[in-house]
Design a protein around this ligand. Structure first.
Ligand SMILES: Nc1ncnc2c1ncn2[C@@H]1O[C@H](COP(=O)(O)OP(=O)(O)OP(=O)(O)O)[C@@H](O)[C@H]1O
Length: 254
């Protein structure tokens, strides 16, 4: 059984506007890493919000673990483009926050937080406050906090788009390791086609008006992947193919 199912999704924000989606059908399997690409305005964020239970479709259903959802399910954690950290809490306290919102902290929680911080290279920065961190470090804290809850499903909306190329590459590797370690099903929005193909088992291209899935492409390399695969000729062919598919759709590129 798929862990996420979008069945015949239509979404209309208001009656004066045309629908955004045209009966979208989508299934995501447990443990799968799916990247969503598409031109600006093609509905990537809106689709992610529906999967996350933040928006309800006008027609059709979104199911998570076999249950039709009407609110954000507990199994889902969201990571946004801009790191959202509490300024008055240090790195460790920010990472522990989702647990604290649910229950009293234990020593095991602190040990776990330190372990997750170590896996994103922040073991020596746990006492720092957000204003003392670089953009890449803030993204790492956000990643650590997301994995602290060991979410079954992680929804990520352009999480690395504001980072420089080297930091982005490092975070891609860390994300790949963490999703494997915790067997996290991940849906990842990006405008970076190389990033989409590098991280994902499957790339989904949204397009059209109203939008639908225009192409689904399985990336035939075992994960986790070394970063050098980006220079492999068969990988480059995949990226080129996706690029041409997006170009072929018309509309605005970002
Ligand atoms: N709250 C809203 N009310 C009305 N229309 C909306 C609303 N939110 C989004 N839209 C419209 O839905 C469409 C899809 O928007 P969405 O933000 O999902 O696209 P996107 O592919 O994520 O874009 P980008 O790549 O620029 O972030 C756009 O035409 C947008 O104007």
């Amino acid at each position: 059984m798929p862990i996420i199912t979008c069945q015949d999704i239509v979404l209309q924000f208001n009656t004066e506007q045309a629908p955004i989606f045209d009966h979208i059908q989508l299934e995501i399997q447990e443990g799968e890493f799916v990247s969503i690409i598409g031109k600006s305005g093609s509905g990537k964020t809106t689709l992610l919000q529906m999967i996350g239970g933040l928006l309800t479709p006008t027609k059709g259903e979104v199911s998570v673990l076999g249950q039709v959802i009407s609110e954000p399910p507990d199994e889902i954690t969201y990571v946004f483009q801009k790191p959202v950290l509490l300024e008055w809490r240090n790195v460790l306290e920010n990472v522990l926050m989702p647990i604290e919102l649910k229950r009293k902290l234990t020593q095991q929680d602190c040990d776990k937080a330190l372990e997750v911080l170590a896996s994103v290279g922040l073991e020596d920065h746990q006492k720092k406050y957000p204003h003392e961190l670089s953009g890449g470090m803030m993204s790492r804290v956000t990643l650590a906090r997301a994995f602290m809850m060991e979410p079954k499903i992680l929804l990520m909306d352009e999480p690395f788009s504001a980072l420089d190329a080297m930091t982005k590459e490092q975070l891609q590797l860390e994300l790949m390791k963490l999703t494997r370690k915790y067997r996290t099903t991940t849906v990842f929005i990006t405008h970076d086609i190389t990033e989409a193909a590098y991280l994902a088992d499957r790339v989904i291209l949204l397009g059209g008006q109203p939008a639908n899935v225009m192409q689904e492409l399985h990336v035939p390399f075992i994960r986790p992947r070394p970063k050098e695969i980006k220079f492999d000729s068969s990988f480059i062919e995949i990226v080129k193919g996706l690029h041409n598919s997006i170009e072929g759709l018309g509309g605005h590129s970002k």
